[in-house]
Design a protein around this ligand. Structure first.
Ligand code: NAP
Length: 285
């Protein structure tokens, strides 16, 4: 694509991986539309870096996603780089996670991603050029116990990305999946805030399960040093600016511990491995 200033749209621009990616692409001269609810943070960023356009949207609300769709589709300058990054996690026993909470999670992590992609594709198709980066997770390829619904959203992001990659390649549009391991952002704090109450009010039966899992995960995370969001933002920047990005990029802790074994083991072997790693192997309540 010539020397014209390109437009990137990044969701989840107010924090963590999204924020770092906004800064990197703005520094590279992209015009960057930064989407999130906490506008103050993006407005502040825009006072430090040129070319950042703050755009408020609550992606859990279909009406606000529709307004964003309209805003994108009506722009005179097409979005040529889309980073679908907004997302969060909820935890809890499947039996107890309220369905409205699961629906909200799917609105943010999956449905808004699909709708925003639909808004950007016509412009990309017309240009015969564009890059779509979708944030999955290592949990896009396996699931931790008590985190099945989050993993379900990321498994869906993987499937959408895999199909779309092949579907739009004939138009010169590239689709990249990013699979981070554990990264030091507000992600964990948000997950705790969204689910602590649910976990505390859990059925007695689930207590030993939670305790065993908590101990095992505490031990595991105690041995890890979590990288900051720059690790993933750098990969996104590389993928966006590369002539031939890889279909999938994986980085961060938990890749070695879980993702690699998942790809090496059969289903039965990995099921046992997961139960053992999470302290649940042989547990009887
Ligand atoms: N950190 C990790 O360990 C990790 C690992 C694997 C994958 N990931 C994935 O990486 C992506 C970025 O996460 P992060 O680690 O950077 O987390 P983060 O620091 O918590 O940032 C999440 C971003 O998503 C936005 N967001 C959340 N709910 C939203 C809503 N309803 N409407 C609009 N925006 C919303 C937040 O903006 P507002 O709150 O201002 O709206 C924020 O900018 C997510 O898709 C996550 O699943 C993270």
């Amino acid at each position: 694509m010539g020397e014209r200033k390109q437009t990137a749209l990044i969701t989840g621009a107010s924090s963590g991986i999204g924020r770092e990616t906004v800064i990197r692409l703005a520094k590279r001269g992209y015009r960057v539309i930064g989407v999130a609810r906490r506008m103050d943070r993006i407005v502040q960023l825009s006072s430090h870096f040129d070319g950042i356009i703050p755009k408020k949207a609550d992606l859990s609300r279909p009406d606000e996603v529709e307004s964003l769709y309209k805003y994108i589709i009506e722009r005179s300058e097409p979005v040529t780089v889309l980073v679908n990054n907004a997302g969060y996690s909820i935890r809890g026993a499947l039996e107890e996670v309220p369905l409205h909470g699961i629906r909200r999670l799917f609105e943010v992590n999956l449905f808004s991603l699909i709708r925003i992609t639909q808004a950007c594709l016509p412009g990309m198709r017309e240009q015969r050029y564009g890059t779509i980066v979708n944030l999955s997770s290592v949990a896009g390829k396996f699931a931790f116990p008590m985190s099945g619904v989050y993993a379900a959203t990321k498994h869906a992001v993987e499937a959408i990305s895999d199909a779309l990659r092949v579907e739009v390649r004939p138009f010169g549009i590239r689709v990249v999946t990013i699979r981070p391991g554990a990264i030091a952002t507000e992600f964990n704090e948000v997950a705790n805030r969204m689910t602590n109450e649910l976990v505390q009010q859990s059925e007695e039966d689930y207590r030993p399960v939670q305790e065993a899992l908590g101990t095992a995960m505490g031990r595991l995370f105690g041995q890890l040093s979590l990288p900051g969001p720059g690790l993933i933002a750098e990969i996104i920047e590389k993928a966006v600016t590369s002539d031939s990005p890889k279909p999938v990029y994986t980085a961060g802790p938990l890749v070695k511990e879980f993702l690699e074994p998942r790809f090496k083991m059969d289903d039965e072997g990995f099921d046992r491995y997961m139960a053992e790693k999470t302290g649940l192997l042989g547990l009887k309540v």
